[in-house]
Design a protein around this ligand. Structure first.
Ligand code: NAD
Length: 500
């Protein structure tokens, strides 16, 4: 199928794709897919004002009716799942099943949000004063700005947007300028849903196309009480500071440098499959991608040959082709960063399998690589950093406590895994003495989270939690309420203040 056919199937017209200066490209061969209008600072300001106005009405709509909007949106997404999945493959370079999986994640979080719309529970609290009662209630917060990264061009927005909508908030979405078409196609479906919903005010959700400057404008704006930002730690540091300076809230989902430990009690066949998907899948471009493997020295020589065989035979190529397991890197800068990390590791004495450029047949452009296994006796500076590419550093370990210390020594704290069938190891890893990450898995790789759990990480991953569990609370404001249903005024803590 031609690129034009895929774009049109996702609802993007030729007319829309030749309007502005924001160039959308496909990493498949680097060719141009279209040119979109970039929002000027004045247009962004107008969108913030429109969202603020819409919020005033939306907050009064009952939460279950807000859930109905999300249900109608989910129906449209279901109908367009194939086309949206193909668009993700085209613009972000994910293989077909991962593109479809990302759209499924959008549908799943809609289902979660619809149920949540009848469960925005508060508390009743015992009052120390007679004939008083106390409540904790959750109210809508305001317009929420979502700044998203290129590598999850639809799902991350949906994690935020669907919860924020049922919580009664208006939306502003600034997607990555590397994936503006995914945002446009998905947001169009929401706009169609809004137009057909009798209680949704005009302007409830605004799409803002632009780069870093557009994100900075949102982060600094006093009318936006919450900025939910997904991307690199450098971006999160800037957004966190700008938001804190005006006492706004930020929900930060930043980089990761995720490790897995393979114990002598691991099922090696299962471990190998999980490791290769987590490290080489999505061409190493997930925040939860496996980047460090810590293998017991007695297991090392049994596991490594299996990994090396898999790495040398993984099908690298066009993500739209059936059979491809590793698609392209997003752009030339990603390729350059990968090669310079490998050069540093090589200089430090690493034994490297893979890592070289690959030119798939029939493709003149694009940046394709064979995923790299980098064996080192111990961590070095570069292995402690997140390089957003398929590099897996492998180290041996002697004792379990040392392995946990190695896994926790990096500045990020997103996801982690232990492969073992040993109960004491598994429970220690999951205990307060174990993994220091937001996500900890046993006998499952660090990537591929389900929407039911709270997603996010500690330390330089930013501390935010999105998606399932009680992540919805970030999109609301908490109010403690006291009601006196007696005819007398009683003060807390027995304080007396008689004015005669
Ligand atoms: P990036 O930081 O380059 O960009 C992310 C978004 O932030 C883009 O929309 C960009 O325009 C915007 N932005 C950049 N600088 C900004 C600033 N100073 N102020 C406001 N907005 C700004 O990230 P990327 O290359 O698109 O994505 C890869 C990174 O994202 C990796 O580090 C990855 O680990 C991380 N990521 C994290 C999660 C998570 O949930 N923890 C999920 C996906 C990606």
């Amino acid at each position: 199928m031609s690129y034009a056919t895929l774009l049109s199937a996702a609802g993007l017209s030729a007319e829309q794709l030749r309007q502005g200066t924001l160039v959308a490209r496909t990493p498949i061969d680097g060719s141009e897919l279209g040119r979109l209008v970039m929002d000027s600072p004045e247009q962004i300001e107008a969108k913030i004002q429109a969202a603020s106005l819409a919020f005033r009405q939306w907050r009064t709509v009952p939460a279950p009716a807000r859930g109905e909007l999300v249900r109608n949106f989910a129906e449209r997404v279901r109908l367009h799942k194939d086309a949206l999945g193909a668009l993700i493959s085209l613009e972000a370079g994910k293989i077909r099943s991962e593109g479809l999986g990302e759209v499924q994640e959008v549908i799943d979080i809609c289902d979660f949000a619809i149920g949540l719309s009848r469960q925005l529970y508060g508390l009743t609290i015992a009052s120390e004063r007679a004939r008083h009662h106390m409540l904790e209630r959750w109210h809508p917060l305001g317009p929420v700005a979502i700044i998203s990264a290129f590598n999850f061009p639809m799902a991350v927005w949906a994690w935020n947007a669907t919860l924020a909508l049922v919580c009664g908030d208006a939306l502003l979405w600034k997607p990555s300028d590397k994936t503006p078409l995914c945002a446009l196609a998905l947001h169009q479906l929401l706009e169609q849903t809004l137009a057909a919903h009798s209680e949704a005010p005009k302007g409830l959700s605004q799409l803002i196309q632009g780069g870093r400057a557009a994100g900075e404008q949102l982060a600094a704006h006093p009318a936006i009480p919450l900025i939910s930002a997904t991307g690199s730690t450098a971006m999160g540091r800037a957004v966190g500071l700008a938001t804190a300076a005006r006492f706004g809230r930020s929900l930060l989902e930043l980089g990761g440098n995720n490790a897995a430990i393979v114990s002598p009690a691991a099922d090696l066949a299962l471990s190998a499959r999980a490791i290769v998907f987590a490290a080489a899948g999505t061409a190493g471009q997930r925040c939860t991608s496996l980047r460090r493997l810590i293998v017991h020295h007695t297991t090392y020589d049994k596991l490594l040959p299996t990994l090396q065989r898999a790495y040398t035979s993984l099908p690298v190529g066009n993500p739209l082709d059936a059979g491809t397991l590793v698609g392209p890197l997003v752009d030339e800068a990603a390729y350059t960063r990968m090669q310079s990390a490998l050069a540093i590791a090589r200089k430090a004495g690493a034994r490297i399998t893979g890592g070289e450029a690959v030119r798939p047949p029939g493709l003149a452009g694009g940046h394709y690589v064979r995923p790299a296994l980098v064996e080192l006796p111990a961590p070095i500076d570069i292995s402690r950093q997140e390089t957003f590419a398929p590099i897996l550093y492998v180290f041996p370990y002697d004792n379990f406590e040392h392995a946990i210390a190695m896994q926790n020594e990096v500045s990020h704290g997103l996801s982690s895994a232990l492969f073992t069938n040993h109960l004491l190891e598994a429970e220690t890893f999951l205990s307060s003495e174990g993994s220091d990450c937001g996500i900890a898995n046993i006998n499952a790789g660090p990537s591929g989270a389900e929407i039911g759990g709270a997603f996010g990480g500690e330390k330089e991953t930013g501390g935010g939690r999105e998606s399932g569990s009680d992540a919805w609370k970030a999109y609301m404001r908490r109010q403690t309420q006291t009601v006196n249903y007696s005819p007398r005024l009683a003060l807390a803590q027995g304080v007396k203040f008689d004015i005669g």
